[in-house]
Every structure is written in C-alpha cells, then in structure tokens.
Design a protein around this ligand. Sequence first.
Ligand code: ADP
Length: 555
Amino acid sequence: MATPLMGQMMDVPLLISSLLVHAEKYHGDAEIVSRTVEGASADNGTTINKGIHRYTYRDAAARARQLANALTRLGLGDGERAATLAWNGYRHFEAYYAISGMGSVVHTINPRLHPEQIAWIANHAEDRVLFFDLTFAPIVDGIAAHCPNVKAWIAMTDRAHMPAMKNVQPLCYEDLLAAESDAYDWPSFDEKAAACLCYTSGTTGNPKGVLYSHRSTLLHAYAAALPDGLSLSGCEVVLPVVPMFHVNAWTLPYVCAMVGAKIVFPGAALDGTSVCELFETERVTFSAGVPTVWLAVLQHLQKTGHKPTTLKRMLVGGSACPPALMQAFERDYGITLVHGWGMTEMSPLGTVGNLKQKHLSLPESEQFAVRLKQGRPPYGVDLKIVDPEGRELPRDGQTSGDLLVRGPWIIDRYFKADDSPLVDGWFPTGDVATLDADGYMQITDRSKDVIKSGGEWISSIDLENIAMAHPAVAMAAVIGIAHPKWDERPLLVVVKKPDAEVAREELLKHYEGKIAKWWTPDDVAFTDALPLGATGKVQKNKLREQFRDYTLPTA
Ligand code: ADP
C-alpha cells in the first residue's frame, strides 16, 4: 500500500492518569464517599462521620500523587505489579490511579478466592507490593510465607488501626502518604502499556490473567459512558456494588472520573440493609451489581416496606437477569434494571440492553422482551455466532451458536501465555447465544451449562427464569443430569423463600404453556442454598458435582 498521508493532530496518549487530572481540574469538588472498613472509629484527618469517609476528586488526586511518590520510594518499577485485596473504598480508588498512573500495573485480587489460589495468583503475577484492607489481614498472614516476590505489604488504614500480624510487618498506608509531598508529575508513555491485571475466576483449571492497557481501559470507559452504554454523566450519583476486584468494578471508577459523577463506595457492607441505607443517605441514582445482589436488595425492600427515593437505574449483569426481578423493581419501585453482558476478557463490557427509537412506540410488554435480552454492542465491540465448524450463523434471533467477539478492549492473549486463544482474530466467549437483525444478543447458556437432550439443546437460563417467577422460589438453578435415553435431562434445584411452601408438582406445572413440553425439567430438588462463586454467581460445576449420583425418576 502507498504511504498514507498522516493526520496532523496532537499525539496525546490515552493514559489512566489523565482521567484523574481531568477530574481534579473540571469537577474537583464532586464527592467520593466511602463506608470505611474501620467503621465508626476511623479518623485520618478527613471528614468522617459514623464510618463514612467523604472527600472530593481534588483530594483523591492529591493523595494519589502522594501514593505514587511513596511507591516510587519503595522501588516499584515500570510495568511491575502491585496487588490489592480490598473492598470498594477511597484508598482502593487512590491505589488504582497511583499504580497505573506511575507506569506500574494494578493487580486486583478477588479476596473471596481460596487463600491457596490467592497465593498462586500473586506468584503468577509476580506482585511486588500488596495492599490489603483490614478484613483481609488473616489471608495475608496465611499466604505471606508463600509469596516471596512481595517486598512490601501495605495495610490500607491509619496508625491507630494497624493490625497485629504474625508473619508480616505491614506498612501503614496513611503513614506512607503522610511522609510524601503531593507534588508528582504523572509520566507520559505509550498508551498500549499495561495498566491493570485481572484474573478470571477460573472455575476450571488455574485462573488466567487478563492484562488491560491504558488505551483499552480508556476506550472502554468512553464506550461505557455513552447513552446507549451505561449513560453516565456529571448528574449521576453512582454506587458500584460490583467489587473493584471484579473486572475493575465494571469500569465505574474510570467512567465516574471521566464524567464527574459522584461515587459512593459501599466498603465491606454489601447486604441489602447497608446498601439501601447508602442509596438514601447519599441520594444514589445509579448502581451496578450481579442478580444475586439485587435479589437481596429486593427482599430487604419487600420486608421493610421501604422505597428508594432517588435510585433510578441499576445495571445488572454477570449472569442472566431473571425477568421476575426486572419486573418487580420496575412495577413496585419505578427502578429500571438495565441488562448488561460481558466478561473479564472484555474489560468487561460487551452489550447493554437499551432500546432503539423504533421500540419506543411498542407496547410495554414488547419493550420489556427486548430489554430482557443481554443487549446490543456499543461501537468498539463486534459480535458473531458460529456453528461447530466455525461457519457464521444467521442473525435471525432464533438460531443459536457459539458467540465470538472482537474489538480494541478484548483480550489478545492471556498474561504469560504462549499462544493466543483467538480463532481467526475473534475471541470465543464460551457462551451460546442468538443475535437478531437489530444487533441484540441473547445468551442461551454458557456452552458448558447448556443441557443436551436427545441431540437438542435446552437453555438452563430459560428454565431458571421461569422458576424464579414463581412466588415461592428464592433461587433456582437448572443442571443437566445423565439420562440413559436422552443423554441429559434437566433437573431444577430450588431454594424456597423463607416460610414459603411449594411442591414439586406445582413447580413443574408452572412450566406449562411457557416452553416446549420436552424442555420441562424431569425433577425438582429442594436445597437450603446454592453454591455461589467468588463473584456471586451460582457455581454450576459444584452443583453438578453435588448431584452427580442423582437418579432422575424418568431414568
Ligand atoms: P468468570 O465467571 O468466567 O470468572 P466473568 O466474570 O468474566 O468470568 O464472567 C463472564 C461470563 O459471565 C460470560 O461469559 C457469561 O457466561 C456470563 N454472563 C455475564 N453477564 C451475563 C448476562 N447478562 N447474562 C448471562 N450471562 C452473563
């Protein structure tokens, strides 16, 4: 190709530090409010009221610069990893910006993983520094001897709250900051440099690291902020329930700084009561979390009779949103649940379930059906579905196939992996989905959860959604059980609501007229709780293990 005529615009790299610089300059007085891990007794010189810490982007920016100075003094080098084991809070926010901003890599670790797995991940990532909230001091004490690369363990608290530990001598976060000036010039470097590292939860095999760049993070944040994305602006008050250790709290710490939204960090208190309290006291307008979190919030509201007064929208993703959940929030509380789909490998945003202009004149029930789908991709994400031979399948809203994705914030290869997971430049998601002519994607299932009955597929998500609409059902999961004739048949596993009674026959009857008859589960098993993974999703592999020897009445 002939040499193109180059554009003559500034070559300003897209760096994470620039978000904080922008936030400080253009919405420096917007608030960042955190429920502290230390509780009501905390005092580090900033305004604290009953365990609530309150400051501004301006304060956060100054403290991030102090932290960058402290980390430089500790010898954290370019591209080296500094890990966090922390809740959503202002110090975690400062660490996000200081570590990436100085050219190192922030590695968020999910503290709900088994300590052995945490140590494995810290070693694989070769973390040099590890920040931890007080809650996780026992984990750190347990793994320290197995993590020889970690040179500094930093307790994210002040001197008065330093934990007594056996196996490490932690540094005190507030002491480190107090010793430093807030004068620091964020370095400029290639926007393709690594910024953050997240490991997938690794339900099979070892966790795999996804290494985001500054560029991918910023492009992703732009897309997420758009009206057809999460539609965030400087008018919103955002409470991320989704943890900062789960795919960067779905990018909210970046988007909020970009648009100047007030942030409310819930700390360790993620139960319905605590979250609803913050919704009211901080006048939250937008929140984000997995379906299990919203189920708990709904139960709390139903029990107490409270109604949130400012909350307008909640993003729900991570697993399929049951229609009954979406309906209950809209009908009873006037809160819109926005369905989103993504994965760690996608930064995570892939699709959002917003309507188009042509849907606005449709009856509400038809709009609802569109919004229940996982949604359509923003510019930057491309989707296709393929058959087992890799041939592209029609976008007819009916045919389902393996879902593949590509785009500038989608993984190219896993951290330290030799080969790429891509197939002809596309990333296979492991999800099975349909696509329609308007670009709306609907997940049928994860390929490993889909139930294969007599050569046909049954969607476990569809069966779960119907069960969840029954008034006696608190939680439901459907798994395939080996069957001599059909290969696999569905078993519905149900957790009943407290004090609710319902029989197997009634639940099976509940499916009548809602699905093809042969999709009806062959049996119902009642249980006290479903196994939940580190990110609040039902662990189907554990459930299958639990029911390995189960014999269906039809077998
Ligand atoms: P993992 O659970 O593998 O650690 P992620 O948290 O990245 O990783 O989860 C990604 C997976 O979660 C997707 O591939 C998909 O199966 C599931 N998922 C995410 N959002 C949704 C949704 N809205 N509906 C159905 N499934 C979803």
